[in-house]
Design a protein around this ligand. Structure first.
Ligand code: HC1
Length: 568
């Protein structure tokens, strides 16, 4: 233990505690910008400076650990003036067109400049030329708003292990940049959008497709349908000011009807279908000496990662399309046939927690219906913008039910939205298919929780199935390296690109730190618990689609519409 004195008050903390953490303990809020609760601290911005007795220069509270007997002052005139100067310097190189900025009212720089009482910037403006990078189908970068905090670089390198963006140049010339000033779409960006989630300002954000949706709804010649991803129902409420983890499924359905969608369906229907296909694919691989471990394929950032960095291991990835894409393929084939709609006249919209889903929808192989299977993808944040723009009070709406048949789903599908959920859903079905017995205890707690790497052994009849669940790409990399070294004895691995799974996707409300993600996860399992059917193979609408149209899992039609191949 270490004893320090902060602003005249004694406090005892553990060794290794930073000044920032020690201050928090006694309710002193130090201003921060580069610091983020889920990232390692780098001390880049210096806005958190404090005075330490006996030292002439300021200390950065976020990266200075306390020493026994240290006397710290956080609120002297000198500290306040220095923080204001730092803030003014940051603002002077930031394009502060706040009224039209995507992050207005949710911008850490804006909030902090108010809190620090910065009401005049005395330095000349020194803004980088406005060169907005719109090359990516998912992510837009605006360096003229970048404040060089380095969070995006850290999440891209240290959490995702991708390294698409870098710190370039030195000292005051330092820039957050792409190698050789390339554009985002020229580098190995997997479109996960984690950079967006940690950016304190509006320097990086998703491509906005809301106008395309308004236009489609307005077009009287189009039949416009929408699907909602599992994680969106526990996060849209948060985006419009409700408590994190609020479940707003029925209100979203009502809202989407009110703004003019012809049918409101559920990605969860397709998640149940995915389990039918993926579960059977796993059994096929187990019985026929197929490539193991089989790895899940529903997370498009993960697919892009393995295509870029480990293409030689692509045989390990399930050939199943993601639920988003299964839904699109069926919407433009089964659904249009059943309801006598010309597939040319239907528009399929997805609401996803994910930026990479925008890119997944336009992959050239995603047109097995004969048309682009999914037309427009919005993130949770974009749907939040539409809610606000519509002036409809979503929180006051009466809950409504999804349309049938593509809106019927089970609890197994609901849990797809959290890390571990796909695996749990698959095991609920695989167990019963293999043993022919009812799985009594369907809550597989070993597989739950936000940790990045979990494993378990599940006894299924004679089979001992060894499984792993990983989230964030640096953990996926661990599995891939184990496979390469011949040290991987898992049969089945769930991989989700984003920390915490889809509830932590790059299109989710900001901020979305681990504490908030846990609340979203609780919401997901609450949805599962509340549903009367909690196993995918018991979904009556899925069984009906097989009977009326697809035939059987892994059959010829399923293969054409629901499976895919990857780019070597
Ligand atoms: Fe996901 Fe999925 S769970 S990938 O995280 O398999 O985005 O929510 O929609 O497709 O179902 C995302 C979430 C989502 C797909 C499903």
């Amino acid at each position: 233990k270490v004893s320090v004195n902060i602003n005249g008050k004694d406090v005892t903390v553990d060794e290794g505690t930073t000044i920032l953490e020690a201050c928090k303990k006694i309710n002193i809020k130090i201003p921060t910008l580069c610091n983020h609760p889920d990232l390692e601290t780098k001390g880049n911005c210096r806005i958190c400076i404090v005075e330490v007795e006996g030292q002439k220069i300021f200390s950065a509270a976020c990266c200075t650990t306390v020493r026994d007997g240290m006397k710290i002052k956080t609120n002297t005139k000198r500290v306040r003036e220095a923080r204001k100067i730092i803030m003014e310097l940051i603002i002077s190189s930031h394009r502060d067109e706040c009224l039209s900025c995507v992050r207005s009212n949710n911008c850490e720089l804006q909030t902090l400049s108010k809190e620090l009482n910065v009401n005049n910037v005395t330095f000349d403006k020194n803004i980088r030329p406005i060169k907005i990078d719109k090359s990516s189908p998912a992510i837009v970068r605006d360096p003229s708003k970048c404040i060089k905090c380095g969070r995006c670089v850290e999440v891209c390198h240290d959490v995702q292990g991708v390294g698409a963006i870098y710190n370039a140049f030195r000292s005051s010339d330092m820039e957050i940049s792409l190698p050789f000033e390339a554009k985002l779409d020229d580098v190995e960006c997997v479109y996960c959008g984690q950079c967006i989630n940690v950016c304190p300002v509006g320097a990086i954000y998703e491509k906005d497709d809301t106008e395309n949706v308004w236009d489609a709804i307005e077009d009287k010649n189009k039949h416009v349908i929408v699907q909602i991803a599992p994680a969106v129902r526990v996060s849209l409420g948060e985006e419009i000011g409700m408590e994190p983890g609020s479940i707003v499924t029925g209100k979203i359905v009502a809202f989407l009807r009110r703004i003019g969608f012809d049918k409101v369906f559920d990605t969860n229907f397709a998640a149940d279908l995915t389990i039918m296909e993926e579960g059977n694919e796993l059994l096929y691989r187990l019985k026929n000496n197929g490539t193991l471990p089989m790895m899940t394929s529903c997370s498009p950032g993960w697919i892009r990662y393995i295509e870029f960095f480990y293409p030689e291991l692509l045989d390990h990835v399930s050939s199943c399309k993601s639920p988003q894409q299964m839904f699109g393929a069926l919407a433009k084939s089964y659904y249009t046939q059943k309801f006598n709609i010309d597939p040319k006249d239907i528009v399929v919209v997805s609401i996803m927690p994910c930026t990479a889903k925008k890119a997944e929808a336009i992959r050239k192989e995603m047109n097995d219906s004969g048309h682009q299977d999914v037309d427009i993808v919005l993130t949770t944040r974009e749907l939040g913008r539409m809610v606000k723009e519509s002036r409809i009070l979503l929180e006051e709406l009466q809950e409504e039910e999804f349309d049938a048949p593509l809106g019927i789903s089970t609890g197994a599908a609901a849990i797809f939205g959290s890390t571990g959920g796909v695996m749990e859903a698959a095991l609920r079905t695989v167990y019963e298919v293999v043993t022919g017995e009812e799985l009594e205890n369907i809550d597989l707690y070993d597989l739950r929780g936000i940790e990045g790497f979990k494993e378990s052994i599940v006894k299924i009849g004679e089979l001992e199935v060894k499984v792993a669940v990983v989230n964030s790409l640096k953990n996926a990399k661990k599995i891939l390296e184990m496979i390469k070294k011949g040290e991987c004895d898992y049969h089945f691995v769930e991989v989700m690109c984003c920390p915490g799974g889809c509830i932590g996707g790059g299109g989710q409300p900001i901020p979305g730190n681990n504490e908030i993600k846990m609340k979203r996860i609780d919401g997901i399992y609450y949805v599962d618990k509340g549903l009367s059917i909690r196993k995918s193979h018991k979904n009556p609408a899925v069984l009906q689609v097989y009977k009326e149209y697809l035939g059987e899992p892994l059959g010829e039609k399923s293969h054409k519409l629901l499976h895919t191949h990857y780019n070597y």
